[in-house]
Design a protein around this ligand. Structure first.
Ligand code: ADP
Length: 260
């Protein structure tokens, strides 16, 4: 009798192991599928600028009788497309480092105000598109203890997105900070037509683009922001209920206390 109950226990253990193996296998298949999908998206994103660089450089090399103006225009396209490629590769590299979890954070203290000032100037200097930035400074003196460059990178991304995608006649971005329920919360709300409800949770996925705005990048910016905020122990999320696009960055207040 004892022998048979031992056998039963063994057989239960075996079927448990078999189930675990099956589950692990299913997970591996899923990861491998995601990897394939990612690679095919990457190659697609790389191919578009590559094709145009090849085509226009061939025209410059082979076509006879191009006017000086045409030559300049084609060279400018090649230049823009190679910048796009560089940006894409930089973003992919940054994302893969962040996702691997092998980023070392460079913690320091500053007030929110200082990080925002720097991010606003840097974003505005980086683009020709005009946007008014309205700051609600009430809580901006709040001290932070975090990786200031990484947090600044998130802010720059959100400000540049408002610059790129806000479709108001007179684009305005309002940035306001609050201290809510143990969290430091910073809202970025523009006066454009916003992001449709069904797309609001998707914009943080890699290669997510709403509509077909070719002026934009590859759709990696918000995915990078999400990874950074996760590393900083906080979050970035879409803030529903506004007419324009609205994003909320939150950092736990513990980071603040650590600085004191
Ligand atoms: P990219 O790096 O290509 O700019 P993001 O990941 O930053 O892409 O953003 C994803 C998509 O979300 C953009 O392609 C755009 O369609 C949409 N989006 C982001 N910010 C805004 C905004 N302020 N207003 C409208 N759409 C936005």
């Amino acid at each position: 009798l004892e022998y048979s109950s031992q056998l039963e226990a063994k057989s239960a253990e075996l079927s448990r192991t078999a189930r675990q193996l099956r589950e692990a296998n299913a997970k591996l298949t899923q990861v491998s599928k995601q990897k394939d999908a990612f690679l095919s998206q990457v190659s697609h994103e790389l191919r578009t600028p590559m094709t145009s660089i090849r085509a226009f450089s061939e025209i410059l090399r082979d076509a006879e009788g191009l006017s000086a103006e045409e030559q300049t225009r084609y060279a400018a396209i090649i230049h823009d497309e190679s910048l796009r490629l560089t940006r894409l590769l930089d973003d992919l590299l940054d994302l893969s480092v962040l996702e691997s979890g092998q980023v070392s954070l460079n913690m320091d203290d500053a007030t929110l105000n200082e990080v925002l000032d720097r991010a606003v100037s840097s974003a505005l200097a980086g683009s020709d598109r005009k946007i008014g930035v309205r700051r609600v400074r009430a809580n901006e003196r709040i001290p932070l203890y975090t990786d200031l460059d990484r947090l600044g990178q998130v802010f720059i991304n959100l400000i540049s997105n408002a610059q790129k995608y806000c479709d108001a006649d007179e684009p305005v971005l309002t940035i306001s900070a609050h201290d809510v329920g143990g969290q430091m919360v910073i809202d970025f709300i523009d006066n454009g037509s916003g992001i449709p409800t069904e797309a609001q949770s998707l914009v943080f996925e890699k290669f997510a683009r709403v509509g077909s705005d070719k002026a934009g990048g590859a759709g990696l910016g918000l995915a990078i922001c999400r990874e950074i905020m996760q590393r900083l122990g906080g979050e970035v999320a879409y803030l529903p209920g506004h007419a324009g696009a609205a994003f909320r960055v939150s950092l736990p207040l513990a980071y603040r206390q650590a600085a004191q």
